[in-house]
Ligand binder design. Structure first.
Ligand SMILES: Nc1nc2c(c(=O)[nH]1)N[C@H]1C(S)=C(S)[C@@H](COP(=O)(O)OP(=O)(O)OC[C@H]3O[C@@H](n4cnc5c(=O)[nH]c(N)nc54)[C@H](O)[C@@H]3O)O[C@H]1N2
Ligand SMILES: Nc1nc2c(c(=O)[nH]1)N[C@H]1C(S)=C(S)[C@@H](COP(=O)(O)OP(=O)(O)OC[C@H]3O[C@@H](n4cnc5c(=O)[nH]c(N)nc54)[C@H](O)[C@@H]3O)O[C@H]1N2
Ligand SMILES: [Mo]
Length: 747
């Protein structure tokens, strides 16, 4: 055996910090990071994933595209592998041709996706900077995570949704101290708070729930799965897509039994008088009573009444999972939960009111003094055109066609070139067979990727990108209290290059090299960005080491934790509704919004309403009787590291949870291979039979790479073959991933 140097160092990731053991050029082992009380299992797969055969080894160009600009064969797998210089020449020439022939408005660079955690090498920042420097691109608004909430919540609270959730909600410490009843729509799942954009170091959600239990807090998980909240929580099974009906019925009981806090409504809200007739049924003849809601939600009327009384009689925090707005009419549960909390009169009180996304990512519920993060400046985009992020297939299929978005009538651009870096749309988008048809429209598709993902396999030009383990970076999330130097642990695998080097190479060929690099190499950029961060932190009174010292230490914990941070926006508003008025048109919480009413949308009118989705249990048919929810995977982040995970015995196809009665009716047992299908497509999955899911609902997590195009069944089990690609409404235009009906049969 040749002698190799064995080294152990720490790195950071979206799922936390961990130790990495290297021997020479290889990662051989990972271990938990000492200070993390609940380290996730994800890093274990890293040695296999980083050195996996599915790494993109060399720049690759699809043979038929190169020969004749063929687009129909995308996914055919037939690539040539020219040397870097030649591949960069070809790509730069093509980008130049498109922008000179059709303008930069013909380039789509939204490039949605989580990429990696290190801040300088963040692929989105890199691709956007490159495209800005070279004349701009059509960009995207919002995220798949919370696009719908990002549209509706500013109308209701006058606040940017992300500012509200990340900076203004109660911390778990405040909840532990003050909340008596925690009502969780869609649960709060420690499995999901394993991750956070840019990193989460101490995983504490499970620990907080132990504290909540110890102090006797009532914790109610409302939704289709028992497992969406930690063990010991009460489970109130409720049909997916029906939460708004349940919230309306709770509001009805408050109003009927004199439990509404009218003093709060008078002082802090506007429009209750226009909502009340709808609630009581005076407007449409249908009182939104518990008896009305029972057949819609599956929750017994008596249970609804009792819950409303419990909520009114105690300090109650309503939490709403992000999944509730990743569904058709997702605006409604987000708006209605605010109305329900306003009727309870506890908004702005510690441990009361409403909170969005607890548990969705690890940073929510933590309170830190703000010292910010570190990002590569992206410059400005000369192209103004922006699409709602989840409307990408609509855009590609309908150039020049009008669409509505949040009060505006817009037109889809005519996209000729797509550049994607740091995302996997053939994992994340809905109705993948439709996306495939849309994907055949542009003349050219370029992807930077470390692995041959489902998306890379459908690109014309693929540039192999390094992983974070192959380059130096800084790990820093504004929602975390750690700071990491992420050393280059191993040299680049194959011929991989950093996204930065790829874009610098393209920019140089387009005569814009200096504009892109500003004369810095990666290391000079890291020093430059770090110095900016250090100066801001110092100004905020937080000591951070010099970059040199951080390099030597590998990581530091920043002294920024606070036990309790006053909820700035809503606490101040409660204390002083005139002086600290909200930034809504009325200055108050808008139960009725004249602005939204003025849009004239029947799928999102002027106050919250019950609108059944086109696909939900209430619309089940004999052809598609089961509601599919597609939660985040517990063993990884989205589709990342998939190739190595998929190699593990029994890991693929993905596991689908099915209720024991639904399984029995179909002769299905745990471990059986099944076919899950609807009119949009079919996937293979492995059944796990359980009593912990509502009858009539099945759960198939996201994360599998969809198989090659053309097959009539996806062998890996990606739920997006089955999901429906429609906007939440004309207002939010978010993804409706959780609104889908399917049938399951034994394979
Ligand atoms: N059915 C259904 N679908 C969903 C959802 C759902 O609930 N149900 N949820 C949606 C949500 S909330 C999200 S956020 C999306 C997630 O969807 P994505 O964010 O697209 O998923 P990831 O697998 O994280 O994709 C990141 C990609 O970047 C690559 N990558 C990592 N580091 C680098 C790098 O340094 N450079 C480059 N060039 N590439 C890199 C990874 O290999 C990976 O392929 O999925 C959405 N899809
Ligand atoms: N381990 C891990 N954690 C992750 C991620 C990951 O890939 N892996 N991804 C991260 C990302 S990008 C995001 S955006 C967040 C998402 O965070 P969430 O949106 O909270 O997560 P989901 O897993 O999509 O959904 C949570 C649960 O909602 C339930 N649900 C679905 N529809 C309904 C409904 O109509 N009503 C009710 N009451 N419940 C419903 C489902 O049973 C599901 O298990 O998770 C993050 N956390
Ligand atoms: Mo997300």
């Amino acid at each position: 055996m040749t002698e190799t140097t064995r080294q152990t160092r720490i790195t950071s990731s979206h799922w936390g910090a961990f130790e990495v053991v290297t021997e020479g050029d290889r990662i051989v082992e990972t271990r938990p990071f000492g200070p993390d009380p609940a380290p996730p299992g994800i890093p274990a797969i890293l040695p296999a994933a980083v050195h996996h055969a599915s790494r993109v080894a060399r720049p690759s160009i699809r043979r038929a595209w190169l020969a004749s600009r063929d687009r129909t064969g995308r996914g055919d797998g037939d690539y040539v592998t020219p040397p870097w210089d030649e591949a960069l020449d070809i790509a730069a020439e093509e980008i130049d041709r498109i922008r000179k022939t059709h303008g930069n408005g013909a380039i789509y660079g939204g490039s949605y996706g989580w990429a990696s955690a290190g801040r300088f090498h963040h692929a989105q920042g890199q691709v956007h900077r490159f495209l800005n420097v070279t004349g701009g691109y059509v960009s995207s608004f919002g995220s798949y995570s919370t696009g719908c909430a990002q549209s509706i919540i500013p109308h209701v609270f006058g606040e940017n949704f992300l500012t509200l959730t990340y900076e203004a909600q109660d911390s778990y410490a405040t909840i532990a101290e003050h909340t008596e009843t925690l009502v969780m729509f869609g649960g709060i799942n420690p499995k999901n708070s394993m991750v956070s954009m840019g990193g989460i170091t101490e995983h504490q959600t499970a620990g907080w729930f132990e504290r909540f239990a110890a102090k006797g807090m009532t914790r109610i998980n409302i939704g289709p799965q028992r497992g969406d909240a930690p063990e010991g929580c009460e489970w109130l099974p409720c049909r997916p897509g029906s939460d708004t009906a349940l919230m309306l019925a709770l509001a009805y009981v408050l109003e009927e039994e004199g439990l509404t806090d009218h003093a709060f409504l008078d002082r802090y809200t506007t429009g209750f008088n226009r909502f009340r007739p709808y609630l009581l049924g005076e407007a449409d003849g249908a009182p939104k009573s518990p008896d009305w809601a029972e057949p819609l939600t599956g929750v017994p009327a008596g249970t609804i009444r009792e819950l409303a009384r419990r909520m009114a009689g105690s300090r109650t925090l309503i939490t709403v999972a992000w999944s509730l707005q990743r569904q058709e009419h997702g605006e409604q549960p987000y708006w209605m939960s605010a109305v329900l909390a306003a009727m309870l009169g506890q908004i702005g009180l510690p441990g009361g009111g409403v909170g969005y996304g607890y548990g969705a990512i690890g940073g929510i519920g933590k309170d830190f003094r703000s010292v910010g993060g570190m990002t590569l400046p992206q410059g400005t985009n000369p192209v103004a055109d922006v699409i709602p992020v989840a409307r990408v297939a609509d855009m590609l299929l309908n150039p020049g066609q009008p669409y509505d978005f949040n009060g505006e009538r817009r037109t889809y651009p005519d996209i000729r070139l797509v550049y994607w870096a740091g995302g996997n749309p053939f994992h994340h988008h809905q109705d993948l067979n439709r996306l495939h048809r849309a994907w055949l429209q542009p003349e050219t598709i370029i992807v930077n990727e470390p692995w041959w993902t489902a998306t890379a396999q459908r690109a014309d030009i693929v540039f192999p990108a390094t992983t974070p383990y192959e380059r130096e970076d800084i790990g820093r999330s504004p929602l975390d209290d750690y700071l990491f130097h992420m050393p280059a642990l191993i040299p680049p695998v194959g011929e991989a290059r950093d996204d930065y080097a790829i874009f610098a190479g393209l920019a140089e060929r387009m005569g814009l090299g200096d504009a892109f690099t500003e004369g810095r190499d990666a290391s000079a950029w890291i020093s430059h960005l770090y110095e900016g961060f250090q100066a801001r932190a110092t100004a905020a009174g937080v000591a951070v080491p010099t970059l040199e010292a951080l390099r030597a230490k590998n990581w530091v914990k920043l002294d920024i934790a606070t036990d309790e941070q006053p909820k700035p926006v809503l606490r101040r508003f409660r204390a002083d509704p005139e002086g600290a008025a909200l930034k809504t048109p009325s200055g108050r919480i808008e139960i009725f919004s004249d602005r939204i009413d003025g849009f004239g949308y029947d799928d999102c009118p002027g106050h919250p309403v019950w609108l059944p989705p086109a696909e939900w249990p209430g619309a089940a048919t004999s052809a598609a009787p089961l509601h599919l929810v597609s939660p985040q995977p517990g063993d990884k982040l989205h589709s990342q590291l998939e190739a190595a995970l998929a190699d593990q015995e029994g890991a693929r196809p993905e596991t689908i949870l099915i209720h024991e009665k639904d399984a029995a009716a179909r002769g299905i047992a745990t471990g059986d291979l099944v076919r899950v299908f609807n009119t949009r497509g079919a996937v293979r999955a492995r059944a796990r039979v359980t009593a912990d899911i509502l009858q009539g609902v099945v759960a198939l997590p996201t994360g599998a790479w969809v198989g090659p195009p053309g097959g009539n069944i996806d062998p890996n089990g990606n739920p997006n073959v089955l999901t429906r690609d429609v906007g939440t409404s004309r207002l939010g235009q978010g993804t409706s991933a959780h609104s889908a009906l399917v049938e399951v049969e034994k394979a």
